[in-house]
Ligand binder design. Structure first.
Ligand SMILES: [Zn+2]
Length: 483
């Protein structure tokens, strides 16, 4: 999603004025007092679009920065040249288990012609750092790096090691944190971890509304729907054309809504949202959480579901993402295939959901099955489904969650902190699947408008947000030591 034309026009006017100002004062004036923004700008300038990723360049950059501060550095080279994980460890006395801060160094690619500026120039302008990864997740990498650097410079004596991990292959590719955990677990073993996930939501006036910390991620599972028919000459079509059959099956799924499912963390999140939002959303959330009248709940669900994020939080979702059928203009193919992307709440009974999908399609000519386990996607999906039970939400009852909560309260007094089910997937699975709590946060206050640029065009994060986020994480680490 991009900006409307009007907003762009205003932005250009403001930008022109600011540029004139920057030229007069010198471009570096702004960044000198904003170390995290400056660091983010430098990280964005290392193009780590994945594929191929080139995360090794980020690793080398961070090594040069953190080694002089007393961190022990490990660069884990993957079998792919240029692709590496980076681990920096600040030693404690070893009386407590380490805390880990994990951020992925790779970013998704760009549609360069749709950007108003160079996505890999690290442009600082108009109070923002612009560029691919500003939000997801080089902003987080910059905040975590700056926070642990500040901790190292403070010479506070630590009980536990503090580990900073800059990851490869989060956005795509096989050498992700699961690979790292399987091959170098000793480097990243910890008591608990911070990662990307929840949001610090800011209103348009710049006030923080609430802080959400993700304690679980939805699971992404591909499901293959295949319609079968008779292959024949297209001049004499039969009634069982598989493309028609598949279309009917998909049309039925388009009208199907999976049942409402509120996890404890989604309940907590919605209760927070009902307090910080205005009617009609606040009222609808109240009905959803407290009403015993199924018809009122159904109507509230329908209203709330107009927001795609909230819709995704309260149910398993089904989205067709690929179609495959036909190979010649004069041949009716014998089959037609669609790939559905399912996003599941951890703990979902997968077989029951698939049975439900078959019942909705209600056509014997159509098969519904998990992607073939011989394919990389299918293998990943079946591993994920086997782990589904252990991937239940991380407990709030840890000193790291409490430290994060307290630090958030001290920075934004009176603003609620809530757990959150993250609607997308992250690489937290490497730890959660081993029973280690992971708390997800994009550590900068952000508006809904800025959020819509994530993975989109003109991605940006504000300088004050980056500095507040650094304060949040630094305070969390100091608080953790005190507990
Ligand atoms: Zn990310």
């Amino acid at each position: 999603m991009g900006l409307s034309k009007n907003v762009w026009f205003e932005l250009r006017v403001v930008t022109a004025l600011l540029l004139a100002f920057a030229t007069a004062t010198g471009a570096s004036g702004q960044t000198e007092q904003h170390p995290t923004a400056d660091l983010l700008s430098q990280l964005i300038q290392i193009d780590s679009s994945n594929p191929p990723g080139n995360e090794r360049k980020v690793a080398d950059f961070l090594a040069a920065r953190l080694h002089p501060l007393g961190f022990e550095i490990s660069v884990v080279q993957t079998p792919l040249p240029g692709k590496a994980h980076f681990v920096a460890r600040l030693r404690g006395d070893g009386s407590r288990k380490p805390v880990l801060l994990a951020a992925h160094a790779d970013v998704v690619g760009v549609e360069r012609e749709k950007w108003a500026l160079d996505p890999f120039a690290g442009v600082i302008r108009d109070g923002y750092v612009f560029g691919r990864g500003a939000i997801d997740f080089k902003g987080g990498l910059a905040v975590f790096t700056e926070a642990v650097s500040r901790l190292a410079r403070s010479h506070i004596s630590l009980h536990r090691d503090v580990i900073l991990l800059s990851e490869a292959d989060e956005e795509s590719g096989p050498y992700n944190t699961s690979w790292l955990a399987d091959t170098h677990w000793d480097l990243i073993a910890c008591e608990f971890a911070l990662n990307e996930g929840g949001w610090i939501i800011q209103d348009d006036a710049g006030q923080v509304q609430y802080v959400s910390i993700s304690t679980a991620d939805k699971l992404s599972i591909p499901l293959i729907v295949t319609a079968h028919g008779t292959s024949t000459h297209s001049s004499m079509p039969l009634a069982d054309n598989p493309i028609f059959t598949l279309s009917k099956a998909l049309a039925r799924l388009a009208d199907f809504e999976t049942p409402l499912e509120l996890t404890p963390s989604t309940r907590e999140f919605f209760a927070t949202l009902s307090k910080t939002s205005s009617p009609p959303l606040s009222n609808n959330l109240d009905v959803l959480l407290h009403s015993s009248d199924p018809e009122r709940v159904r109507q509230a669900d329908q209203q709330i579901s107009r927001n795609p994020l909230l819709h995704a939080l309260m149910r398993n979702t089904i989205a067709p993402v690929f179609l495959k059928a036909g190979f010649r203009g004069n041949v009716i193919p014998s089959s037609a295939e669609a790939t559905l992307n399912l996003r599941l709440i951890p703990g979902t009974d997968f077989n029951r959901l698939v049975t439900g999908i078959r019942e909705v399609i209600d056509d014997k000519r159509v098969d519904v099955a998990l992607a073939d386990s011989a394919t990389a996607e299918g293998k990943r999906a079946s591993t994920l489904l086997k782990l589904s039970d252990v991937l239940k939400p991380s407990s709030k009852d840890t000193s790291l969650y409490r430290a994060l909560e307290q630090s958030a309260h001290s920075l934004w007094p009176g603003r609620p902190v809530t757990t959150y089910l993250f609607q997308a997937g992250t690489d937290a699975i490497a730890w959660r699947s081993r029973g280690i709590p992971v708390y997800g946060i994009y550590p900068y206050p952000i508006t809904a408008e800025d959020l819509s640029r994530m993975h989109g065009n003109n991605e940006r994060v504000s300088i004050p947000s980056l500095e507040q986020g650094t304060e949040l994480i630094y305070k969390t680490l100091v608080q953790l030591e005190a507990q």
